[in-house]
Design a protein around this ligand. Structure first.
Ligand code: AMP
Length: 402
């Protein structure tokens, strides 16, 4: 029997998201989520997508990741898709931080695990959870190839001029401080899909990708390779996000500590969880912000304006970085759904060859599509991202090659 299925796992500190895909046609066989692992009120939500059964939900304590994965496997097994199935070719793990070491998807062995562990100081929230997920999955299926797909990998092609901060080089190197970038799997997928939409090879086009979800980042992709991205050492840098500030004068932090008396942890929480859109207007969901704007709410309007101003600065910056731009692609929750954001981000940029057709921009669709007027010098596109499919594709390509 040929093994054509890939299980994609995204392990957080108290959650596991998963999708099972069949790589013969990239179809999804099942998707699901375990939440609140380690609490009394854990929840498993499982949706089989072949055979038509509905979503199944179970509640009750799931003490750790091992119990979570066993519960997932039991759910999959009910539909004949369990982890022990011979049709399972590999497990692909999303790993947030691959540092400078991991420039591409990598089959996991002890040395790879040790390196992901060594990178914990630069990703203290994410890498430990990713490692727990990998170790648990390996214990359950030690014979099965498991692949790590890194959020940072696509950005490792950035030149030093974009990747380095202008701080003392020795200090930077000692603490591995540099701009790594994140959302790489999405930027890779979307930049390639944009080239495809234009009917051209990725090596022939320059694309500005705007990944606007609750987290948000922009990237400049030259001939298929990332040359700059807006997130840095951590996902805090760059665009205004749902709850993160994005760019700010680093002296704000000294000021908060010296004058405000805030601790490092308090400042971390302020900038990562209570800033961005939610800090500016109390809401981080763009639908709600637009509803309030339409009602004339001034705080929501100001939050929207700050969000758009930053976004336009990055479009301009990356236009200059690339020199020639073939396409600007909007993706993720806001980018794919919020027509007013796309309109405001591109408004008045005709001199750069950028324009949005109001009719095309208003169309709702799950398909990649152009929203620039026919004959525009630079294409403006909406390209839905699919990080799980990208992880599965990269995982399968690596395993099938072996
Ligand atoms: P993501 O992180 O990619 O899942 O994006 C989540 C965000 O997308 C939400 O916080 C909303 O702000 C935004 N979003 C989702 N659907 C819509 C919509 N129909 N209109 C505007 N924003 C949306």
């Amino acid at each position: 029997m040929t093994s054509t299925r890939v299980l994609v796992l995204n392990s957080g500190s108290s959650s596991v998201k998963y999708q099972l895909l069949d790589m013969r046609d990239n179809s999804r066989l099942a998707v699901g989520l375990v939440e609140r692992i380690g609490e009394e009120t854990s929840r498993l939500k499982h949706t089989p997508l072949h055979g038509g059964g509905g979503t199944r939900e179970s509640n009750g304590p799931i003490p750790d990741h091992e119990a979570a994965l066993k519960a997932v496997s039991a759910e999959l097994a009910k539909d004949g898709l369990g982890l022990d199935s011979p049709e399972l070719a590999a497990i692909g793990h999303r790993v947030v931080h691959g540092g400078r070491t991991f420039t591409e998807p990598t089959v996991i062995d002890e040395a790879v695990l040790a390196e992901i562990e060594r990178l914990i100081p630069v990703a203290p929230l994410h890498n430990p959870a990713n490692l727990t997920g990998i170790r648990t999955a390996r214990a359950l299926r030690p014979d099965l190839p498991q692949v790590a797909v890194f959020d940072t990998a696509f950005h490792t092609t950035m030149p030093e001029s974009a990747a380095r901060y202008a701080i003392d080089v020795q200090t930077a190197d000692e603490y591995r401080i540099r701009r790594y970038g994140f959302h790489g799997t999405s930027h890779a997928f979307v930049s390639r899909a944009t080239a495809e939409l234009l009917g051209r090879a990725p090596e022939d086009v320059n694309v500005i990708v705007l990944h606007l979800g609750n987290g948000a980042s922009a990237s400049a992709v030259e001939k298929g390779r990332c040359v700059d991205t807006s997130m840095g050492l951590t996902p805090l840098e760059g665009l205004v996000m749902g709850t993160r500030s994005g760019d700010l004068d680093p002296a704000v932090i000294f000021h908060l500590a010296r004058v405000g008396g805030l601790s490092t942890d308090e400042i971390d929480t302020l900038l990562n969880k209570r800033s961005g859109l939610i800090g500016l207007c109390g809401d981080n969901d763009m639908r709600e912000i637009r509803r309030r704007v339409d009602e004339g709410d001034e705080r929501a309007q100001l939050a929207f304006d700050i969000y758009i101003h930053r976004l336009r600065k990055y479009i301009g910056a990356y236009y200059a970085v690339l020199g020639r731009v073939d396409a600007v692609a909007f993706t993720a929750g806001v980018g794919e759904n919020a027509a007013p954001v796309r309109e405001a981000a591109i408004a008045g940029l005709q001199e750069l060859g950028l324009a949005v057709d109001a009719g095309l921009n208003a169309v709702r669709s799950d398909e990649p599509r152009l929203i620039s007027p026919a004959g525009a010098r630079v294409a403006v596109a909406v390209v839905p991202t699919d990080e799980e499919l990208e992880i599965a594709t990269q995982t399968y390509a690596l395993v099938a090659r072996k």
